[in-house]
Design a protein around this ligand. Sequence first.
Ligand code: AP5
Ligand code: ZN
Length: 215
Amino acid sequence: MNIILLGPPGAGKGTQARRLVEEHGMVQLSTGDMLRAAKTSGTEMGNKVAEVMARGDLVTDDIVIGLIAEQLDGEAGKQGLIFDGFPRTLAQADALDKLLAEKGKTLDAVIEMKVDDEVLVDRVSGRFTCAKCGEVYHDTTKPTKAEGVCDVCGSTEFTRRADDNAEAIRVRLMAYYRSTAPLIGYYYAKGKLVTVDGLAEIETVAKEIKAGLGL
Ligand code: AP5
Ligand code: ZN
């Protein structure tokens, strides 16, 4: 099964993708994670990407499409895929259709995670991530069980993202409404759209997604 998780910054795409990976052995393809990895490479492309991401703007289509194409050509391409944060523009959606068709794969569903803007700002500003295993937490909605210790791997090192500040969040939301929200209509017209209430608790959202996918 191949699915897209579609939603604004902070909707819970990464959180739910990790659960699907753990429980259903799917592979998460997060363009945000791939770009953050490129950023630390210190290459010219990495530096350019870092600037764009820190502002909250979208990285160019050719870069992200290239990253996804590379993954589909590799090991990941053989498994059930969760596209997390991709596609984000109609051009990316078009490119994904073509890439999947080339591989003889189909897109089974697009999960739209609906969340109010006020909640998004709070979600993103309270987020922190385990530096070792990548588990995503939140200061109030999902703190670690023991203070300062990752529930999953026991690490005591956590990171906060450079683009999780008020100004960048505003730009990210604008980019979402301008470039990504039109994809809701695109996938609805294709009969692929499954809308879930992203405001519910993490467990409840996970159940809704599974029900929507027939898992
Ligand atoms: P990316 O890394 O994709 O970030 P994003 O879309 O802004 O999404 P986030 O990771 O912020 O949120 P999320 O929905 O995954 O929420 P999470 O589960 O963490 O992209 C970053 C940047 O990279 C972009 O701005 C752009 O520059 C570039 N980029 C990436 N892909 C691109 C593309 N395709 N094209 C062009 N540029 C691209 O949850 C958030 C918080 O809320 C966490 O603290 C979590 O614990 C908490 N939480 C989650 N669910 C719930 C819940 N149900 N209730 C309460 N709290 C919850
Ligand atoms: Zn951890």
